[in-house]
Design a protein around this ligand. Sequence first.
Ligand code: LLP
Length: 438
Amino acid sequence: MNHFDYVNGELCAEGVPLSRIAAEVGTPVYCYSTATLVHHYRVFAEAFASQKATICYAVKANANLAVIRTLAELGAGADVLSEGELVRALAAGVPADKIVFSGIGKSANEIALALDSGISQINIESEPELEAVNEIAVAKGLRAPIAIRVNPDIDPITHEKITTGMKENKFGIDFQDAPGLYQRAAALPGIEVVGTAVHIGSQLTDLAPFAEAFRLVAELVTELKAKGIAIRRVDLGGGLGIPYRDEVPPTPRAYAEMVEGATKGLDCEIVLEPGRLLVGNAGVLVTRVLYVKQGSSKTFVIVDAAMNDLMRPTLYDAYHEITPVRAPESGKTGKDMVADVVGPVCESGDYFAKDRPLTVLQSDDLLAIRSAGAYGAAMASGYNSRPLVAEVLVKDDAFAVIRPRQTHQEALAQERMPDWLGDAPDAAAMSLASKDVA
Ligand code: LLP
């Protein structure tokens, strides 16, 4: 469910026509809907209302401060995996005691910052990382609250690049090694064992792999408790899928019931780390058609967004619905031509759709690439010296730019000329770069 609908033939985000945003902010532009964020959070939170659960939004899905704050105001904590995400979550107003730090390669700086800011849990992914956290905590005279992330070796049945809980994946501690590492952790002076963590993958559309993983985790917790290691928190990660096309993922309620069954009797607080589920369908990428090119075997719709703005189609063969911002004229099906929708970047992998039935398009038409709120802007790059695009948040009839489009001048200002190449970039070109690109 989302709040991007046609009103009087115009695709709107809540009460705001996307064409108005495009006219005022330029394209490409990411546009997020507050009502959709709120709806997704509430549905998920309500599903867990009867359980002692903390929802830690996985900031990696969409790290914009305004998005994080929108969710934090509803009660969300945060799951972060870098110093940058930690700083963002804190800056957005997430209380430190609702932040968990995931990720397999935390640097000493990141561990120190996590400890200094008093976050609730550091998820440990290797023995050397456990030792490093212990050492840094001891030096600070602290005990680091940790969970050990286990790898249950379960196929989550999703794209191989977003599978994280199988033996060949780099994540977590092999299941059979976990009890030994917990014994070690319990003996370290700088470590306070608080929990167990697991995250088997992303965009799961079946409950069975989750259920199997959580069953194993519950067994482990019972075993650890019997050995006197007082696990009080079980972090079940994120991963629940969303409909991009015709998938029918489990509902949050079905997921919550399964979690309740799997963790019954453990007497533990549950931590959940949804990312995509909260933000994925709360965002679209609005792009303008530059040209329609008739090739000898294909038609190409060349748009002004590109793979650097939204990597998912080329990286994961991901399907994103593409809809015209102006509704197709009556009598048209909206699927009157078949084309590849491609961007201006110099790679054949720069596409958003292949052989896609579309409404007949021409230069200047606006398109909305749907379900782009998760892992869209968050994964964007400046490849081909394309400035990072603007992001807009809509609330009812209002919208605000929550990240202005990067200017060429800002991009150039991040670089330095070594003294053997002269003092400064060419002044005339720099003044050209100062012009807003929108
Ligand atoms: N917790 C941990 C430890 C994670 O690694 C992730 C995602 C999440 C939570 C949130 O998972 P979600 O609920 O969003 O599925 N870029 C890829 C997805 C990468 C997911 C990485 N980890 C994509 O665009 O599909």
